[in-house]
Design a protein. Structure first.
Length: 317
């Protein structure tokens, strides 16, 4: 008898919608089981496969492969993380061509497990839209749609309790969450993050460098930048790439590497590029986390030089 189901999911909008979809399916299939949620971030990457997963059944969603997981769903091209063993087609579902894990799960639940709850269709659509950046720049700047408000609420450093509560709200309200006033905890975090954006944008303007020849934006800012990730493309719409060092609140440093999603150049595979330095991501976006600033600066310079070389070779302008 299945008594406990543990769902491990990436700490973002796509990861939480993925977890809600699986929880809904699990509740239908194993109605007596207790479901537990565990948000995971890439800070756990190095020791992830040594981590003992809990539960009679475990799901790992939108995150690195774990050989102990009962089921694994992921769409990151670096999701295997050097794993070279076999994948079980009945339990391991990996497709780096998918723009979001939520869409991957939505399709697999229907095609393989003959299950679909249409009350999640809008949530899946928005998770896919946000994770694949298939929205207009003006949409995320204005944050008019509830999905963007929820997304922005995650820009404030989120403890596990908030991520789990938000996932449970997705489970309970499903698409209705977009048709009602936002729950107070979400509204409070959204307003706080929205107020922080002005300060973050001013900090970005004071520290950004833009090379009009290579069309590369580079910067070093605080974690408040997460409230206005769109700033490089809003201020420099002609840029091809943005490479930034972000000083995290935990004392570590993230090197964020992004192709301008509204001017796709596709000169380099960013996720694979970041993977060489211990990070990962998708073809157009990637990140690396390190423990000291000097290392972050060295990596950022190396990546910028590789981007310059690719741009020069392509004749892109």
């Amino acid at each position: 008898m299945v008594k406990e189901i543990c769902i491990y999911f990436h700490r973002d909008f796509d990861g939480m919608v993925s977890a809600a979809l699986i929880a809904d399916y699990a509740q239908e299939k194993w109605s007596e089981a207790r479901i537990k949620f565990f948000p995971v971030g890439y800070g756990k990457k190095e020791c992830w496969t040594e981590t003992k997963l809990k539960g009679d059944i475990s799901f790992v969603l939108d995150y690195i492969f774990h050989p102990q997981a009962t089921f694994w769903f992921d769409h990151h091209q670096t999701g295997l993380n050097h794993y070279e063993g076999p994948l079980d087609p009945k339990r391991h579902f990996y497709n780096p061509q998918k723009g979001s894990c939520a869409l991957l799960i939505w399709e697999i639940l229907y095609d393989v497990f003959n299950y679909r709850n249409l009350n999640f269709s809008d949530l899946v659509n928005w998770a896919h839209k946000i994770d694949s950046v298939t929205y207009q720049l003006e949409e995320i700047v204005s944050c008019a749609h509830p999905a963007f408000k929820i997304h922005l609420s995650l820009a404030i450093e989120s403890d596990n309790a908030y991520l789990i509560e938000l996932t449970r709200l997705f489970c309970s309200y499903k698409d209705r969450l977009f048709k009602m006033p936002l729950p107070l905890i979400v509204e409070w975090r959204f307003k706080k993050a929205y107020q922080m954006r002005k300060q973050a944008l001013e900090e970005f303007k004071s520290k950004v460098q833009y090379d009009p020849v290579t069309k590369i934006v580079s910067f070093q800012v605080s974690q408040h930048f997460f409230t206005c990730r769109w700033a490089p493309y809003y201020l420099y719409p002609d840029c091809l790439y943005a490479v930034g060092i972000i000083e995290l609140n935990n004392g570590r440093y993230m090197i964020a590497v992004n192709e301008n999603p509204w001017r796709k150049s596709q000169l380099l595979n960013i996720g694979q590029l970041c993977h060489r330095f211990g990070g990962g991501g998708h073809p157009a976006v990637g990140g690396i986390t390190v423990s000291n600033l000097t290392e972050a600066q060295e990596i950022a310079i190396t990546i910028i030089n590789q981007l310059i070389s690719a741009i020069s070779s392509s004749g892109k302008d």
